[in-house]
Write a protein that binds this ligand. Structure first.
Ligand code: NAP
Length: 338
């Protein structure tokens, strides 16, 4: 009896679909490995450049000698924050997720721990809009034998509808969470990073921070603050060893828009939304490579160019058309006017 395939010479054998799938998988794995090696190499070059004037203080280094470095992510329990945690966990010793809801933090931490068993995953239930949030985080970290190596200012809330009709309490929460907390936490952790001559601060803004946003006026203005603050600090600390970056995602597939009651706006129907996973991969790659302003994806990159070049007289009416929820800026008529 002839052995199977005996009529075909070795080397002439045609590949079965299984063979070709296996071959493709090997090539893809090889390409991924090469890309990883290249990014590690470029990250090392970027670190050298970003540390060219660094002056690590022996005392500051000694203070963290017995502690582990942590990536601290505000708003790490869902959406982009959780996706960023997954990306950082591929390179970090410890990842700390901060948000208000403990059950959601527990779910997020369980998922991360299952995927990254060698990484220490911790959670802290905290409202970062509290004036003392920075000190609370700092003390909590040292109690856990950790220190903040990378701070990710990601937690934020939105507010849609005409500014004149915004609820005072919600406006206050937005200003405290998106603006004040970003400034306070950065101010808390930046000095010790500079003293160590290493570390990083990644703040999540939005494409909306480059243009006034009628019908999301306070949210867009808050992201403008985050961009301006980050770019200015990056310039101040240039060469001192600390990465300072700001990310400008376009619309993402998260519950953010529903939470701010903006699902009825035109932009939700016509602008493509990116997955938080894709956005996070691009943001963390840009951060590792030492970029200052990171627009994740091709469309956001083009949008940054357009929004930086075009005058507001052109862009603001377009943004207003996209964000309009149909709610009137006029106060409702009082009973005697009806
Ligand atoms: N979604 C988009 O289309 C989009 C586009 C551009 C930029 N961004 C930016 O991306 C970032 C993440 O947004 P997302 O879409 O992932 O939103 P998300 O799904 O609503 O997640 C927000 C996260 O922040 C936490 N959080 C909110 N307020 C907090 C507070 N005061 N203290 C502590 N944690 C708080 C939330 O948890 P708790 O509620 O449990 O506290 C949650 O973990 C934000 O900075 C947002 O402005 C989003």
């Amino acid at each position: 009896m002839e052995p199977p395939h005996s009529s075909t010479q070795a080397g002439e054998r045609s590949l079965t679909p299984e063979h070709s799938q296996f071959g493709n998988a090997c090539v893809a794995q090889h390409d991924r490995h090469n890309a990883t090696v290249m990014i590690d190499f470029l990250e090392a070059l970027a670190t050298r450049w970003l540390s060219r004037r660094a002056e690590p203080r022996p005392q500051a280094l000694a203070a963290t000698k017995s502690l582990s470095p942590a990536v601290v992510i505000t708003g790490g329990s869902s959406g982009l924050g959780l996706a960023l945690a997954r990306q950082f966990a591929q390179h970090a010793t410890a990842v700390v997720l901060i948000a208000r809801s403990q059950p959601r933090l527990d779910d997020a931490a369980a998922g991360l721990a299952a995927s990254f068993p060698l990484v220490r995953i911790e959670t802290l239930s905290l409202d970062v809009s509290r004036a003392d949030a920075g000190e609370v985080i700092k003390d909590w970290l040292s109690g856990k034998q950790l220190y903040c190596d990378v701070l990710v200012n990601n937690a934020a809330v939105g507010l849609s509808g005409p500014f004149s009709a915004s609820e005072a309490g919600k406006l206050e929460t937005l200003v405290e969470t998106n603006i004040a907390a970003t400034a306070r936490l950065t101010r808390t952790f930046l000095p010790e990073m500079l003293a160590r001559g290493s570390g990083g601060i990644l703040s999540i803004a939005s494409l909306g921070g480059l243009v006034p946003g009628p019908h999301q006026a306070a949210y867009y203005a808050s992201k403008s603050f985050v961009i301006s603050l980050s770019e200015a600090i990056r310039s101040e600390v240039s060469g001192l060893g600390v990465r300072v970056a700001v990310a400008l995602p376009g619309p993402l597939e998260t519950r953010f828009h529903a939470r701010m009651d903006a699902e009825g706006a035109l932009y939700r129907a016509i602008l493509p939304a990116m997955t938080p996973q894709r956005a996070a991969a691009s943001i963390v790659r840009g951060f590792r490579l030492g970029r200052g302003l990171i627009a994740p994806g091709v469309l956001p990159t083009l949008a940054v160019l357009a929004l930086r070049m075009l005058p507001h007289a052109v862009t603001v009416p377009i943004v207003r058309w996209l964000l309009d929820t149909g709610r009137s800026p006029l106060p409702p008529p009082s009973a005697d006017q009806q």
